[in-house]
Design a protein. Sequence first.
Lengths: 242, 264
Amino acid sequence: MTDATTHAATRPSPPSLIEARNLSRRAPGQGAWLFQGISLSLHEGDQLALRGPSGAGKSVILRALALLDACDEGDVLWQGAPIDAAAIPSYRQKVIYLQQRAAMLPGSVADNLRLPFAFAASAGKSYDEAQARSWFARLGRGNDFLTKNARDLSGGEAQLVALVRALQLAPQVLLLDEATSALDAQTAASFQQLVTTWAADRPNGLDHGLSLGRALVWVTHDEKQQVSLSNRVINIAGGRIP
Amino acid sequence: MYQSLTYLQVALAGALVLVNGALSALLQLKLGKQLAIAAVRMVVQLLLVGLVLRFVFAHSSWFLVAGLIVIMSGLATSAAVQRPDRVYTGMWWDGLMSVVLGGWTMGLFAAFVVLRVNPWYQPQTIVPLMGMILGNTLTGVSLGINHFTDSVVGERDQIEAMLSLGASRAEAARPALSKAVRTGMIPTINGMMVAGIVSLPGMMTGQLLSGIDPVEAVKYQIVVMFLIASGASLATVAAALLVYRRVFSARHQLQGWMLRERRK
């Protein structure tokens, strides 16, 4: 048990960002449980690794935290409150899920970065090209990368674009699903570096008195990554937390 | 001017099926049996329709006409939902709503605004008109459903990427919706482009054969083309939107698992 008990001991009760209460989901149409009775809370500063064999349910749990699938039972709370349907798009800009196969939309890399700013949930946010360039520079990509056609990117390059596309929305939580699976070791290291720098950064200001602190959840098969990126581990087996 | 046909004349044309039969035998196409079935079906179906229409025309009552239109709409719906490659629960009802929206709106518009048929249920006008409108509406419905479900399945990752970045369900579905509606409208646009060039439209041909002045026939045909175009477009949009409401939940989730491959 690396969950709530050890957590409380190591830090003075930081506010909970996401709280999952007794989440269960069946496979659509079949009825077999994909995961069952999952309860966990994610606090500011958490770098949580979900660990377990393939098919244990790590990805579907991550998707459930992003509210991308409907659960049969249980609730996901954001800063202690339930999330109603109208608030889901803005919740998903605070809690961004990065899929393993990073999906690019038609157009250039820059078009892909501009895309989310067209959504109603992005009101008040705007595309900052200089910021995007500096992030790409840290990932070893030059200025011409922005004009590349997104359809021509390799799987690894698409993962980099997906990360920057998410970071520019200033999320509070990143849910990373094997997000470096297609990267070479060196680029994966810069990716991790960027993510940990982002996670440690605590922006000033108050969002209506709520916490602006950050956290991340990481699903990976890479043992080294688990050690270097997480300060908490939850084991998943057969869709449950044993 | 108008020449009535005797059954002997019809039989003479029917003898032509022997030409197809001979070709099949000569080239060993093994189509003889299918050809015979198709020919018999065609004759029986058309004779039955003729009898039903004769009955409806003779009685000219609003409930017979309305009943016939309801049956025609049901048949159009069944034909429309048989074509798409994917199926889902509730598809028939979505199809019916789209057929009714596209077809009946145009039928009412034609009867009360354009042609001002009196009484509105005058079967000689309303029944063939609804037949043409519904026939094209069903194409619109099946294209709308087919293209939208195709896009949703084929671009699932992109749609979920947009949802993950804070798109509402409407924002995430918009590219797939507009693609579906665009492709759904292409046959209508093409139909208007070539009208009268490649072949004379069926209704116009019929009117010419019955001795109507060509310009009068053309005026009718233009009215019908516009009714068909609008009916098919309305139905395509309605069908795509109805599928959208089922496949995207109110909580902005893509429920792609609802779409099952059609068992062939």
